[in-house]
Design a protein around this ligand. Sequence first.
Ligand SMILES: Cc1ncc(COP(=O)(O)O)c(C=O)c1O
Length: 385
Amino acid sequence: MYLDANATSPLAEEVWEAMMPWWRDGFHNPSSVHTGGKKARAALEQARGQVADLIGAQEDEIVFTSGGTESINALLRSWDGLGAEGHFLTTAVEHSAVLRSGEALSRLMLACGVNEVGALDLSTWQQHLSSAAFASAMAVNNETGVIMDWQQASTLAQQYGVPFFCDAVQALGKIPFSVQEGAVDAMALSAHKFHGPKGVGALYVRRGTRFAPLLHGGGQERGLRSGTEALPLIVGMGAAAVLAKGRLSEGTMANVSRMRDAFEQAVLAGVMGVRVNGDPSSRVPNTSHLSFDQCEAAGLLILLDEKGVACSAGSACMSGKQHPSHVQKAMGFSDARAKSSLRFSLSAQNTMEEAMQAAAMVCQAVKKLRSVQGDGVGPVVIYTP
Ligand SMILES: Cc1ncc(COP(=O)(O)O)c(C=O)c1O
């Protein structure tokens, strides 16, 4: 029972099929002028069109990269280097790809807070825009699944003449998303979060927006990202974008939402002391972030894994580390609550039966852990035969 789709989503069968020919027979370099190269170029441009279509962009606004992390680093470094005066304004709940690259810039980074349900404090955001050089806010939080008000954040940035970047990695494929809404100048995408392959992503750069490349070399991607394109992965990303668009229009994500809600209700009904984190009225359909009173998330993860339920404590990049997640701290959670939270993230590849089985396993694991752990005096070590 794989309930960890926000960490990475399973590759769709259709994506696998679409990529296959380009690993072997279609090995040519899209920059070559011979017939094989021309075919590769056509496949590359088709994928660009498919990705652009998913987000309502023009084809020449899409730059393929190696994933979300590269897109974020390339964009922030570029804007840092353009020399405008002022700080980099972002939010306290961004992914580490934004926060760590923000720390590496030549200027001060200010991270705007959120409230207890994870919504951005827009009045503080506005206050700091007047002295910002550029700004960035995520569309959807990877831990809680909260949909941030990126439209309003970007519109305010535009009013102050501040370029705005959006990390939309967790939004795509989960909710309808268009760069025509709000005032987004640049945006990061990652294929493996919407049933595409890992190691490929894209940077959207609105026409007329200044952007200097991070990688220099052969001048691929119109000089904006040098390096021979990873064609099979890019083709896979295009195919995944087509499927993602279909899932949103066919109501498949509404079904995912029904599974998530049923899972959550069953857990809430099955054990006491469970809290749902993040604004329930503004969440992506697949994510359930729960705190279990008097239960160490690390212990729960082990018990659930033994039962075949895969989920996460904090974001994937944080798991294994013991300190509470920065997202939950920003939401004002105590260390104990933050360390007792798990993220369950479903996808269209789950079934209602799985969701209900997983809920039963969660209830069992919570009861078992509480019985051995006592009054929340953790951490405990669970010995397995
Ligand atoms: C919100 C967010 N931004 C950026 C990234 C990084 O994307 P990638 O894994 O493609 O580098 C992730 C991955 O977990 C993410 O959740």
